[in-house]
Write a protein that binds this ligand. Structure first.
Ligand SMILES: O=C(O)CCC(=O)C(=O)O
Ligand SMILES: [Fe+2]
Length: 241
């Protein structure tokens, strides 16, 4: 149960970058002190990241060379989870959240093009709450000397206004799509699934394909916040019941 009633009010702002698929950029989604907290509770717990193959089996792969760890849900983590839920509207139950996942990249580490929604039915069963409806990727830390490490969405249209250049790499080629810079505290939110006329339920939206580009210098820590279509069985969540 949630015992925490004292979450701080959020200070984030929002900018829609695409309505179809829905992609929203969120400056200051987490505070500097939350950032430090997430790094301190995860210190020493990272192991090599895995991916799910077509059969749903998790395994190591050279397409994802980062290290990751799932977070236990303490008070501060719960407040971040609540913020992510409230962002999506008040009808989003917390049982639909996967355990938050921290991902760390050192020099030359990356995550090749992928979708966060699963192509294998085995990873999207009712026990799992179905597929991943939405993702937040939060930049928890980017070293001062970082080069590279952006998050690339090759199929999104590059926005034109120069004010985006703070958050998006405006030097990228048009055919590269949108490359978000790793700016500490900020987040990208997107909806992974879409409705297809004449088909029941929701299906994976191929336009949400994205990559964690190689960190050429420095270090990056990110966080995945994934919301399922429905409620996850307790064993796949962080806080239990
Ligand atoms: O590192 C990034 O920028 C993106 C990571 C990502 O997409 C993921 O972990 O699913
Ligand atoms: Fe991803």
């Amino acid at each position: 149960a949630i015992t925490n009633t004292t979450c701080p009010t959020h200070h984030y702002t929002t900018h829609i970058i695409s309505t179809d698929p829905l992609v929203i950029y969120i400056p200051a989604f987490i505070t500097p002190s939350e950032s430090l907290h997430l790094q301190s509770i995860s210190a020493g717990k990272f192991t090599s990241s895995q991916i799910a193959d077509a059969s749903g089996q998790q395994h190591l792969a050279n397409t994802r060379t980062s290290q990751s760890t799932s977070l236990a849900s303490d008070n501060i983590v719960q407040c971040i989870e609540q913020r992510a839920l409230d962002f999506q509207g008040f009808d989003t139950r917390r049982e639909r959240l996967e355990a938050l996942q921290l991902v760390q990249y050192g020099e030359s580490q990356e995550y090749h093009s992928h979708t966060d929604w699963f192509t294998s039915a085995a990873q999207a069963t009712p026990e799992y709450g179905g597929n991943r409806l939405s993702s937040f990727f939060v930049y928890v830390h980017a070293s001062d000397d970082i080069i590279g490490g952006g998050t690339q969405f090759p199929l999104l249209d590059v926005p034109e206004d120069e004010r985006w250049c703070k958050y998006v790499n405006c030097d990228a080629e048009t055919e590269d799509g949108v490359v978000f810079r790793p700016v500490q505290g900020n987040a990208v939110f997107w909806r992974n699934l879409k409705k297809v006329p004449g088909r029941e339920g929701l299906v994976g939206d191929g336009r949400t394909v994205h990559a964690g580009l190689p960190v050429q210098r420095g270090r990056k820590v990110g966080m995945n916040v994934w919301t399922r279509e429905g409620v996850l069985d307790g064993k796949y969540r962080s806080g239990g019941d």
